[in-house]
Design a protein around this ligand. Structure first.
Ligand code: TXA
Ligand code: MG
Length: 334
């Protein structure tokens, strides 16, 4: 009985569990950990074998590249062949934090990580548990959001447990994530910087640091698919999502009545105080920061309650809400 008992499943982040997590990662295993945005599913980014485990556990298509998490700017530079001034400026301001930069990759980054692309996506997370894990393991960690492919990203350890619990080695519990939506992804590998995925850091904030940026058209736009993982439908719960406008009170009532008559169990997510009767209704904050923090948890909750229809109140058309409008649009596109 002298052998130390191996931790498995969901554990509180602590010195001991972090050490165990680092050992698992160095052995090629999979560890879910909190970041400030959403929980990530980590593996040794230098090991193609370990990274293959991520794709298998998530059911993620091999054409969708992963973000590599590193401790600091110095560690990021070791994985790329060029580091433009824009990267320095953005990293100095936003790292550690919810910013991912795409840059030309070094050959040491396995092709599996980048889905065969010549570029790699890099991020320095600010969550203390993520930082401690990167320090303890001493390797870069490839880590997508810790959910089954196409599902809603996890913002608690329990969300990870529910979708991936039996498929991975360890889940480090660090509480609810703060930002609540995934990092902004910005491509700095071309002539003009391009936002591939919006996030809590706005385009205006980026432009104030590095000047004009373009925005990717996405998979449904006329531009070629630039970020292979930006599938139209993404971040979606099991339930069907429908957007509604708060002025459409009558339509909502009709919609709910119809749903009930078909035996569907409806849920609703609102922010303005819209009056939605006869549905499991979750009221979120009326500001984008507060809304982002709990929107995924709300979707998980309604899924868990067995709602098969979720009416989501449309968001304001202003720039502060654009990343959230993007996420809801992806969740509602069938
Ligand atoms: O906040 C986040 O970014 C979270 C936490 C865990 O860090 N991670 C996350 O990873 O959202 P994931 O795999 O769910 O999304 C990564 C996105 C995908 O849209 C992918 O296509 C894009 O980043 N991406 C990764 N590498 C890329 C590359 N070389 N070029 C273009 N896009 C890339
Ligand atoms: Mg994801």
């Amino acid at each position: 009985m002298s052998k130390k008992q191996t931790l498995r499943g969901l554990v509180e982040a602590s010195d001991e569990s972090l050490q165990e997590a680092a050992e698992i990662l160095l052995r090629g295993g999979l560890v879910a950990f909190p970041t400030e945005t959403v929980y990530g599913l980590g593996a040794n980014a230098h090991s193609e074998e370990a990274v293959r485990g991520i794709f298998a556990a998530k059911g993620r298509p091999a054409y969708n590249p992963l973000i590599v998490h590193v401790r600091d700017i110095a560690a990021a530079k070791q994985l790329v062949t060029s580091w433009p001034d824009e990267a320095t400026k953005l990293a100095e301001l936003f790292w550690p934090g919810p910013l991912t930069m795409v840059l030309p990759k070094q050959a040491i980054v396995p092709d599996l990580v980048t889905a065969g692309l010549e570029t790699v996506a890099l991020r320095v997370p600010s969550h203390p548990v993520a930082q401690a894990l990167l320090a303890a393991a001493g390797i870069p960690l490839a880590a997508p959001s810790a959910n089954r492919s196409m599902g809603v990203s996890p913002t608690t350890a329990q969300h990870v447990q529910n979708s991936l619990g039996s498929r991975i080695d360890l889940i480090l519990d660090g509480g609810s994530t703060d930002v609540g939506i995934e990092s902004i992804v910005i491509d700095l590998s071309g002539k003009l910087a391009r936002i591939l995925r919006p996030g809590s850091i706005s385009a205006a904030q980026i432009e104030s640091v590095i000047g004009p940026v373009t925005t990717a058209g996405g998979a449904s736009g006329s531009l070629p698919r630039s970020s292979p993982g930006m599938l139209d439908r993404h971040y979606a719960p099991n339930a069907a999502l429908e957007l509604f406008d708060q002025n459409e009170q009558e339509q909502i009532l009709k919609r709910l009545k119809k749903a009930r008559s078909k035996g569907e169990k409806p849920g609703a997510i609102i922010w303005s105080g819209a009056d939605v009767k006869d549905a499991e209704t979750i009221q979120l904050a009326a500001d984008p920061i507060g809304y982002a923090r709990t929107i995924y948890a709300a979707l998980h909750t309604l899924d868990d309650l067995g709602c098969n229809l979720i009416l989501v109140e449309a968001l304001p058309p202003t720039p502060e809400w654009s990343a959230l409008r993007d996420r809801l649009k992806r969740a509602t596109t069938a």
